[in-house]
Design a protein around this ligand. Sequence first.
Ligand SMILES: Cc1ncc(COP(=O)(O)O)c(C=O)c1O
Length: 397
Amino acid sequence: MTTTTKLWDFDEIINRKGKSLKWDGFSRKGEVIADDMISLSVADMDFRTAPPIREALQQQIDHGIYGYVNSPTGYKIAIKNWFSTRYNWEIDTKWILHTPTIINAVAVAIEEFTQPGDKIIVQEPLYGPLVAWPKMNGRDIINNNLKFEENKYKMDFGDLMRKIHIPRVKILILCNPHNPTGRVWTKDELHQLGEICNRKNILVISDEIHCDITFPGHDYTPYASISEECAQNSIICTAPGKSFNLAGIHQSNIIIPNDKLRASFQWNNVRKGLMGPNIFGPIVTEAAYGKSEEWFDEALEYIYQNYLFLKKFIEERMPMVKVVETEGTYLAWLDFSAFGIPSLELGDIIKSKAKVVLNHGYEFGKLGSGFERICMACPREILQEGLERLASVFKSE
Ligand SMILES: Cc1ncc(COP(=O)(O)O)c(C=O)c1O
C-alpha cells in the first residue's frame, strides 16, 4: 500500500491567537478581539506558508548566527524570473530596491518627490494608509473617485483629465490590482491612465502588492510594462508578502526602471539609515519566487473556490447583500447598503451581534460607506462559520 503525504493542507485550522494582528486586534487602536469572535479582516492568509520557504528559514535559524550580511543578489534573480515567466515583464535586477514595507516605499517616494502642499491623486474607495500617509505629511489629496456602475468599479478618466491640471499635482497613487474593490485593471485601462498622467509628467506610484492574486479571466498587467514612457515615470511597489503570507517579514521589492528616480529614492532611504533588508528577507523572497510556485498556484485555486463558495452562500442566504465581482486580491467587497444602516452602526452590528471582525467600508474613504470588506484567505470552515454568523443577522429580505 502506498501512502501519500500532503505537503500542505489549506483546510487545516491553525490557531493564530497571540501571534497575529488579524486575530488579536490593533493594539495601537485599543482593539481587542474576543475569543468567541471570527476574524475575516486583515489581508493576510490563515495558511502556513510554502514548505520551501519554511525550510530555507529553518536552515538560517539553525545556523544560529544572525549578524550582518551582505545584501545578496540571488533573490533579485528570483524576482526577475517570476515577473518574466508569469507576466512577461522583463526587468533588470539593478532596478530592484528594498524597503521594509510597501507603505514605507510610498512614504519615501512622496517625501522625496513632493513638497508639503503638493497634491497627490488617489482613487477611492482605497486602502486607507495609501491616503493617510500623504495627508499626515502635509500633502493634499485630490480624489479621482472610482465610478460604481452595474456592480463594477471603473476609473473616471474624464475626471482625471480635469484633475491633472490642478496646480501642484505631482503624483498619482495607483493600486493594481485594487484593494478593496477587487478590480484587476486591464491593459487598456492602465494605458489610458498612463497616457493622461504622462501628459503632465505626473509620477505614478503603483502599489502592486496583490499582483499575483487574480481570478480566472483576469490578468495582472504590471503598470511599467504598458510602455517605455510609463516605465520611466513610475515606481512599482511589489512584495512576496500577500502571495506567500510573509507580510510580517517586512520585505518589499521596489522596482524603478528610471535611473534618476531610482537614485533619488535610494538616497532618501540612505538618508534615513535604511540600508537594506534583514537577514531573513532575501532568503524568503528567493525561496518564494524561486521554489514555491506550485504551492502558490494551489493556494490561489483554494481561495478562488472560497470566493465561489462565498458568492453562492450570500446569494442564497443573504440576498440583500450584494457581492461586488472580485477579479483579484483575496478580498471580497460586500454591499450592505440595501439595509440602509449608517456605516458606523453597521460595523458595530457586525461586531457585536454577528461576532465577526470585518474591515468596515468607511476605512476606505467616504465611498466605502455601506460596504464591508472580507478576507477569503482562510480555511473554508472558518469562512463558512463567519458567513453563517452574518446570515443569522442579515438574512431578512
Ligand atoms: C493595497 C495594499 N497596499 C499595502 C498594504 C500594506 O503593505 P505593507 O504592510 O507592506 O505596507 C496592503 C495590506 O493590506 C494593501 O492591501
